[in-house]
Design a binder for this molecule. Structure first.
Ligand code: FES
Length: 133
């Protein structure tokens, strides 16, 4: 039997990919979940409209940290337009498990920080409606 998606998530939680500060980041954004205090900080090195390198740091529940690890891994070398096109559905698909209402904010915290980083880099305003209840 293959490993379950829960094992994949736990593995990302225990061994986060691309973890740590990027000293030459073009932009970094930290966001937190006010309900629990969990934190995700995203670092992006951007060159010619492409994410040359991305990393993150953070602490919190397995879902928030695994979601950060998977998301950051998935955007290496991607264009900013591709990153801007990511939405809730992309995150849920990536996690591959049913995320209950209590955990939705955990799952989306990394995407929120990532998009804020891209919009801050571009100097344009981010539409935060997708992250509201
Ligand atoms: Fe805090 Fe999940 S419990 S982000």
């Amino acid at each position: 039997m293959g490993e379950s998606q829960f094992d994949v998530i736990l593995d990302h939680y225990r061994n986060p990919r691309n973890y740590g500060e990027l000293s030459d980041a073009s932009v970094k954004v930290k966001d937190s979940n006010p309900l629990c205090g969990d934190v995700v900080e995203v670092y992006l090195k951007i060159n010619g409209g492409v994410v040359e390198k991305a990393s993150f740091r953070g602490h919190g529940c397995a879902i928030s940290q695994a979601s950060a690890s998977m998301l950051i891994e998935s955007i290496q070398g991607k264009s900013l337009d591709d990153v801007k096109a990511l939405d809730k559905g992309s995150v849920f698909e990536m996690l591959g498990i049913e995320v209950g209402p209590v955990r939705v904010k955990c799952a989306l915290l990394p995407l929120k920080a990532l998009k804020a980083a891209v919009y801050s880099y571009l100097g344009t305003k981010m539409d935060t409606r997708e992250f509201e209840e």
